[in-house]
Design a protein around this ligand. Structure first.
Ligand SMILES: [Zn+2]
Ligand SMILES: [Zn+2]
Length: 862
């Protein structure tokens, strides 16, 4: 064996292993009959930076993957990349100083693919350096034809089942991004706006209306009042005149109107908000669209046409004020829907879009078949499922996304949805191989809209379980790990799609991880300057130390604060482990011919208990519990107690007793490296390879040894620890001999290790020691004597110290102390002195330590 360095060189060890591990040991075996454990790993967006939030989640996944593999499961920890989307389009425009419309569609897509491929390569490097045991044979990239053909086939299958349709329907629209977005992409924020009071003309006299969106006046299609609104109900069924635009709209009755808000009269526009959409449907109202896709006013806005929404609002308010139509204004707090990417206020436009039907009952039922960890996260899915007003809008007006495989007949307008066997394809590039089934025409227009990226990632679970592959499918997957911020998107859509496409739940369990907070307690972000990159941590302390932070930072589901001190203490543990290994290496020898003594059996029992506890914690995904138990065993039980106890045997003459200690150390280190393998794969491998010449990552998870508690060994450990404390309290070297140690206990304790570890003769006796105490010194208390006896005090104190301590002790017990000073008897209270005593056993002075289960007498001199 080569020389083992004193300092643990994490950099050298980690980089050596990261560069030499055979990754094929992590490949899923499609032909195996072992129980499967397929993980639906999140496919990150390839930004080029594998951020700390990803890293935390991947640590959790890797802990599970490595643990399950060691437990004998056929594990798949695949890695996907969710490529499509706006951020890459924007980045490409920046890098190449172009806008996407300045280059051909195909060329723009190629530039996006090129950037994405570069970013994926960067992120792979970080993931390998962090020691993740990904199955790279099951990597997928959503922008590649192998994957997006499945996205397209999922579209076609759901269209054929009537679960996807195209319709003119109100959708959430971001005027800045120029695309429809789904409800899940709308964020709400409160803003203060103005409530304007204005008058609509009527034969029954002016009707007063309050609105926060006067710029939508041209889109007004009705006004509504509550049927029991005494002041306004006379207008119901009549028509009123829209000011400025001068056309009539009906007055309708609706119970949803709040008579106490504003004037009690509501202007219904197409569309100011979701409520307008509901009224528009319920009352079958016409459509007047005043805002276009770019967020500008349309033709029906008359002289305001072409203005931006905000310009139109200012202009129309100014005009109505000058005409006396607006008669009052007041501030109003409102919840405004914003685009989640760019924070622009969204508009609701009626657009011809593609939709996926949502069946809330089915999603909630399927979710109930899934184990949520932590359990309370499921409520987020349930709540979200109840809030959607219309189906999932899946078409987007972008370029870098999966093309919708549809053409429209130029002659009759009928859509032609591609057949599965034609896929993958881009309708902008290829034509259908058949003529129009409706009219026979061969001229088509391509669908230029593309699919929402959630259409790609929501089949990840199906993809990794072999759906539409050469292998027999193996859905459901066993685990979906993900953040709580994407429950209403990724989790929701995945459940919907798995149910729609294959009729089963996507996974058995979903494990929700929290967000990473900076050391200041805020969510980590570049703008708050509390941002830490995993690479920075790895350079300073190594991947094993970083992974320990992830393990102990908190339990899954809770937000986890990044703390350097957790990483630093992780590094310290690696050094402790290394030092222990360095000491043990020459002594750790497997042996068949050994006679474990009480101390060995105690250690093995502790090891067995720890294995049982860690296994249970791992099964519940409680990584912090698991890791703390391993660390405390390694540090406190093995290094600080057991090894100290058996050192003399290890250095002593060869024989079954020595071999028992050697083989116990071997067993402990072997099990310890296995248990550490999921958490700190580098140091676990380094030690295990040195120990046995085998990779810890192909070893099995240790089994509990099925041992009974070992009270004798445990008590020996307590006695030895008490003697160590005794010596260190007195500043004695730990190997300095004591005259004798007597241990009184009802257990029949063996003395070899006690005597070896204390460097002292040890006698074990039954029952309790016979002892007496003797007063040996009188300690006068100045604070009690001084205030009473003033300048007599010095003399009193001198006298007290000269008296027989035994006699003074008897007077203290009787309640008063009498001292003769200059011929006079002075009386003192018992508080005037403290009496120092010593313990005697068989007439000799001893120190006594009382422990649970034993009394220890230490004789210091002969
Ligand atoms: Zn936007
Ligand atoms: Zn046709």
């Amino acid at each position: 064996m080569s020389e083992i360095s004193k300092e643990y060189d994490f950099k050298q060890v980690e980089e050596r292993w990261a560069g030499s591990w055979d990754e094929s040991i992590y490949y899923f075996d499609w032909n195996s009959h072992a129980p499967q454990y397929i993980i639906d790993t999140p496919p990150p967006y390839p930004t080029g930076n594998f951020h700390i939030g990803n890293a935390l989640n991947w640590c959790y996944i890797d802990f599970v993957a490595r643990y399950k593999r060691m437990k004998g499961y056929n594990v798949m920890f695949p890695q996907g990349w969710d490529c499509h989307g706006l951020p890459t389009e924007v980045k490409v425009e920046e890098i190449h100083k172009i806008t996407k419309n300045e280059v051909p569609r195909e060329e723009f897509r190629r530039l996006c693919e090129e950037l994405t491929a570069q970013n994926i390569a960067k992120m792979r490097v970080t993931m390998r350096r962090l020691g993740f045991s990904n199955d790279w044979s099951n990597e997928y990239v959503t922008m590649m034809p192998e994957y997006y053909s499945k996205t397209q086939r999922s579209f076609v299958q759901m269209f054929d089942k009537g679960m996807i349709y195209r319709e003119d329907h109100p959708v959430n629209w971001c005027p800045r991004c120029g695309t429809a977005i789904a409800f899940a992409e709308v964020e709400y924020d409160s803003r203060t706006t103005t409530l304007n009071y204005l008058r609509f003309g009527s034969d029954l006299g002016d009707l007063e209306i309050a609105t926060s969106r006067p710029e939508l006046l041209a889109a007004c299609v009705a006004v509504a009042v509550h049927p029991e609104d005494d002041k306004n109900k006379k207008y119901i069924g009549t028509e009123v005149r829209v000011p400025v635009f001068d056309y009539n709209v009906p007055v309708i009755a609706d119970e949803v109107v709040d008579p106490a808000f504003g004037t009690g009269v509501v202007m219904i526009c197409t569309f100011g908000d979701k409520q307008d959409v509901r009224w528009w449907v319920e009352h079958d109202l016409p459509l007047r669209q005043a805002i276009d896709r770019a967020g500008r006013m349309t033709e029906i806005a008359g002289k305001f046409a072409g203005m931006k929404i905000s310009e139109c609002k200012d202009a129309i308010i100014k005009e109505m004020k000058s005409l006396g139509i607006i008669y009052k204004e007041e501030p109003l707090d409102q919840n405004v829907g914003l685009c989640w990417r760019c924070k622009t206020a969204i508009e609701i436009l009626s657009e011809r879009q593609w939709f996926v039907k949502i069946n809330p009952g089915e999603i909630i039922e399927t979710s109930a078949e899934i184990e949520w960890v932590p359990e309370h996260m499921e409520i987020r899915l349930k709540n979200w499922t109840g809030t959607m007003d219309w189906d999932w809008c899946i078409s987007r007006q972008r370029i870098f996304a999966t093309p919708i495989p549809v053409w429209y007949c130029k002659k009759c307008g009928e859509p032609l949805v591609a057949k599965e066997e034609w896929l993958p394809l881009d309708p902008n590039v290829s034509s259908p191989p058949i003529s129009c089934p409706a009219c026979g025409s061969v001229e088509f227009e391509p669908e230029t809209d593309v699919l929402d990226t959630w259409m790609d990632s929501s089949i990840s679970a199906l993809n990794v379980t072999g759906w539409l592959s050469d292998h027999p499918p193996r859905y459901p997957a066993q685990l979906r790990p993900q953040g709580h911020d994407i429950i209403r998107t990724w989790a929701f859509y995945t459940i919907l799609r798995a149910k729609a496409l294959v009729g089963v739940r996507p996974w058995d369990s979903i494990l929700i991880n929290g967000m990473v907070l900076g050391e200041d307690g805020h969510k980590m972000s570049k703008s708050l300057n509390n941002f830490i990159a995993p690479e920075e941590v790895v350079v300073k302390y190594g991947a094993d130390a970083f992974r320990q932070w992830a393990a102990v930072g908190g339990s899954p589901g809770s937000d986890v604060m990044f703390r350097w001190k957790d990483v630093i203490s992780g590094g310290r543990f690696l050094q402790k482990l290394w030092s222990m290994y360095r000491f043990s290496a020459p002594h750790a020898v497997k042996s068949d011919d050994s006679a474990p003594n009480q101390v060995d059996r105690w250690l093995l029992f502790e090891l067995s208990q720890m294995i049982e506890a860690v296994t249970d914690s791992m099964d519940r995904f409680q990584f912090d519990e698991a890791f703390r138990a391993i660390r405390s065993f390694a540090w406190d039980v093995l290094a600080d107690n057991y090894i100290e106890l058996v050192k003399s045997r290890l250095y002593g003459p060869d024989g079954p007793e020595k071999r028992a200690a050697q083989s116990t150390i071997y067993a402990a280190i072997e099990a310890l490296t296995s248990l550490l393998a999921p958490f700190t794969p580098f140091i676990a491998e380094e030690i295990r390879m040195n120990l046995s010449g085998e990779s810890v990552h192909t070893s099995s998870w240790p089994r509990p040894l099925g041992m009974e508690p070992q009270p004798a060994g445990s008590l020996i450990k307590d006695v030895a620890a008490a003697v160590r404390r005794y010596k260190s309290d007195r500043g004695m070297a730990l190997n300095s001999p004591l005259a004798e140690i007597e241990v009184y206990s009802d257990l029949d304790l063996e003395t070899t290790d006690l005597s070896g570890s204390t460097s002292s003769p040890v006698a074990v006796k039954g029952g309790s020691p016979e002892i007496e105490t003797r007063a040996v010194e009188v300690k006068p208390q100045m604070k009690a004597i001084g205030p009473v006896f003033k300048n007599q005090s010095g003399e009193i104190i001198r006298k007290l110290t000269e008296m027989d301590p035994e006699k003074v002790a008897r007077m203290v017990a009787a309640g008063k102390i009498e001292v003769e000073v200059e011929g006079e008897v002075v009386e003192l209270g018992p508080e005037a002195v403290e009496i120092a005593t010593e313990t005697l056993s068989a007439g000799k002075a001893v120190e006594m330590i009382v422990l649970e289960g034993a009394t220890v007498l230490i004789r210091t001199g002969s």
